[in-house]
Design a protein around this ligand. Structure first.
Ligand code: GDP
Length: 476
C-alpha cells in the first residue's frame, strides 16, 4: 500500500517539493519519486489540511494504491534530462551537439525533428538511452512542475567558462534544488582561450553547489559544445547518475504520459508531444488528456518516423487529440471510449469546481489593486510551452506599482478576435513566433493596434519591462 510523493502531491494539488520539505521536517529524507506508506501519506494529507477521502471511481489520473506497479513488473528506463543555465551559455548548442554526435547511420540520414524532446542511444557497446527535453531553460521546467508534472530526472546546469555564474544560473540552481532533482554541472565553452573552469567551480560554492573537484558530490564536467570535447564524458556522468537513481517503470500496462509540448498543426490538427511515464502507448489506444478524450491515430518519433508504440521515457508525438492540451497535462489510456468520456466529464466538473473555488481570491486581488497601474497585454505563441513560459516571465515583471495583466494567451496565429480584444482594451499584442492572418492584419492597420513580434523570450521581457517603466513615468 504505497504511493509516490509526487502522486500524492498531484492528488492534493500541492507541489511535490513542499511535500518533500514536510517529510524532511518529519525526519524523512525522500525524493518526489520515492514511495511512502499509507500511514505517512495520511499524516501528510492532514498536515496540509486536506480531508482523507477514498479516491472516486471516475478519477483515473489519480492512481489508487493498488495502481502502484508491483516491483517485479518494473524495468529500467532511460533518464529524462533537462538542460538549464544562463542565456547564451550554450544550452541550445549543447542539445544540438549531443544529438548530432549520437545520430547513428541507420537513422534516415540523420534527419531530426524538433518535437520538444529527443532520445539518443549511446555509442558504447551497452547502447544506453538518454532522453533530453529540448526546450531548455527553467521557465518550461517550472511551469511543468507547477502543473504537477515532474518529468525531469536529472538537470544539466550549463555554465559558460568565459562568463561564469550569472543571474539565470542562480535561478536554475534554485529551481533545481526546489524540485529536489539531482544536478550535473557542464562547464561549457572550454575551447575558448579565456575559459576559466576553476573559477566557475569556486563561484558555485557560494550557491552551495559543491562539485566533485571541490570534494563535493555534484558531478561536473568540462565540455565544448563547439568542438564536442567532453560530451561523451557528460553522457557517462548522466548515465552514472541515472544508475544511482534506479529509474524504473512498468512497460506492460496502459500508458500514462505527460504532455511536454502541444500545438495546433495546420495539416494534422492538434498534436501533442508526450513523454511516457509508465506503460506503453500504442496506436489505436483510447485516452483522456486534460479534459479531452481522444484516440491515438498515429505516433511519430523524434526522427519524424511513424512508430507503433512508445515505452517509458520515450518522447513521441501523438495525433488524434480532441483539442490542444497544455504542457504538463497527463495523458491516460483507458479501456474504451465510454470510459474516456466519463473521465473527461469528471475532470471538466473538477476544473469548474476549482475555478469557482478560486474566484474569491481573484476578487481580493482586484480590490487591492486600486492604485496599482495595470499593463494589459495579449499573448499569442506557436506552442503551448512558449505561452506558459511567457505568461510566467511577464508575471515576474509585476511589482507593487505596476502589474502585467494578460488578457488572453493562446496558441496559434493572431486572429481578428485577438485584434478586436486588444483594441478594446488598449493593449498591445505580443506575437511569439507567430504572425497575424490576413484579416487580422487589415484590422491591425485600421484600428492602429500595437503589435510586437519576438522569437526570444529574453528580448520580450526586456522590452516590456522598459515599457512598463515608461508607463510609470520618471517620478515613480
Ligand atoms: P543558449 O542561449 O544557452 O541556448 O546558448 P546558445 O546555444 O544559443 O549559444 C550562445 C552562443 O555561444 C552561440 O553563439 C554559440 O555558438 C556559442 N557557443 C555555444 N557553445 C559554445 C562552445 O562550447 N564554445 C564556443 N566557443 N562557443 C559556444
Amino acid at each position: 500500500e504505497a504511493i509516490t510523493v509526487q502522486e500524492l502531491a498531484n492528488r492534493m494539488a500541492e507541489k511535490g517539493a513542499d511535500l518533500v520539505k514536510a517529510l524532511f521536517n518529519m525526519g524523512m529524507m525522500v525524493t518526489v519519486n520515492q514511495t511512502i506508506d499509507q500511514d505517512t501519506a495520511e499524516l501528510l494529507v492532514e498536515e496540509f489540511g486536506h480531508n482523507i477521502t477514498r479516491v472516486s471511481e471516475s478519477d483515473v489520473d489519480i492512481s489508487t494504491e493498488e495502481d502502484v506497479d508491483p516491483e517485479e513488473t518494473l524495468k529500467p528506463r532511460p533518464p529524462v534530462v533537462t538542460i538549464m543555465g544562463h542565456v547564451d551559455h550554450g544550452k541550445t548548442s549543447l542539445l544540438d551537439a549531443l544529438r548530432g554526435a549520437n545520430v547513428t547511420k541507420g537513422e534516415a540520414g540523420g534527419i531530426t525533428q524538433h518535437i520538444g524532446a529527443y532520445q539518443i542511444t549511446t555509442k558504447g557497446k551497452e547502447k544506453q538511452k538518454v532522453t533530453f527535453l529540448d526546450t531548455p531553460g527553467h521557465e518550461a521546467f517550472t511551469q511543468m512542475r507547477q502543473r504537477g508534472a515532474n518529468v525531469t530526472d536529472i538537470v544539466v546546469l550549463v555554465v559558460a567558462a568565459d562568463d561564469g555564474i550569472m543571474p539565470q544560473t542562480i535561478e536554475a540552481i534554485n529551481h533545481t534544488k526546489a524540485a529536489g532533482v539531482p544536478m550535473i554541472v557542464a562547464i561549457n565553452k572550454c575551447d575558448k582561450p579565456e575559459a576559466n573552469p576553476q573559477k566557475v567551480r569556486e563561484r558555485l560554492l557560494e550557491h552551495e553547489v559543491i562539485v566533485e573537484a571541490m570534494s563535493g558530490d555534484v558531478q561536473d564536467v568540462e565540455v565544448s559544445a563547439k568542438t564536442g570535447a567532453g560530451l561523451d564524458d557528460l553522457l557517462e556522468k548522466i548515465l552514472l547518475q541515472a544508475e544511482l537513481m534506479e529509474l524504473k517503470a512498468n512497460p506492460e500496462r496502459f500508458a500514462e504520459a505527460t504532455v511536454v509540448e502541444a500545438q495546433l498543426d495546420k495539416g494534422r490538427g492538434p498534436v501533442a508531444t508526450v513523454l511516457v511515464n509508465r506503460g506503453t502507448l500504442k496506436r489505436g489506444d483510447t485516452f483522456v488528456v486534460g479534459t479531452e478524450s481522444g484516440r491515438v491515430r498515429a505516433l511519430i518519433d523524434d526522427h519524424g518516423k511513424q512508430v507503433k508504440e512508445a515505452g517509458p521515457a520515450t518522447p513521441v508525438e501523438v495525433l488524434g487529440l480532441g483539442g490542444v492540451p497544455q504542457a504538463g497535462d497527463m495523458l491516460t489510456v483507458v479501456e474504451n471510449e465510454q470510459r474516456a468520456r466519463e473521465v473527461a466529464q469528471y475532470r471538466q466538473e473538477k476544473a469548474t469546481e476549482k475555478r469557482t473555488a478560486l474566484a474569491p481570491t481573484n476578487f481580493d486581488t482586484m480590490f487591492n489593486t486600486s492604485d496599482v497601474v495595470e499593463f494589459p497585454v495579449l499573448v499569442k505563441a506557436d506552442v503551448q510551452g512558449s505561452v506558459e513560459a511567457i505568461n510566467s516571465a511577464l508575471h515576474n515583471l509585476s511589482n507593487d506599482l505596476i502589474k502585467v495583466r494578460v488578457l488572453h494567451a493562446g496558441v496559434g496565429a493572431i486572429t481578428e478576435s485577438d485584434v478586436s480584444l486588444a483594441n478594446a482594451s488598449k493593449a498591445p499584442i505580443i506575437g511569439f513566433n507567430v504572425r497575424p492572418n490576413a484579416k487580422a492584419r487589415e484590422l491591425v492597420k485600421r484600428d492602429n493596434v500595437e503589435m510586437k513580434y519576438y522569437d526570444v523570450i529574453y528580448h520580450l521581457t526586456e522590452e516590456i519591462a522598459k515599457e512598463m517603466a515608461g508607463e510609470l513615468g520618471p517620478e515613480r
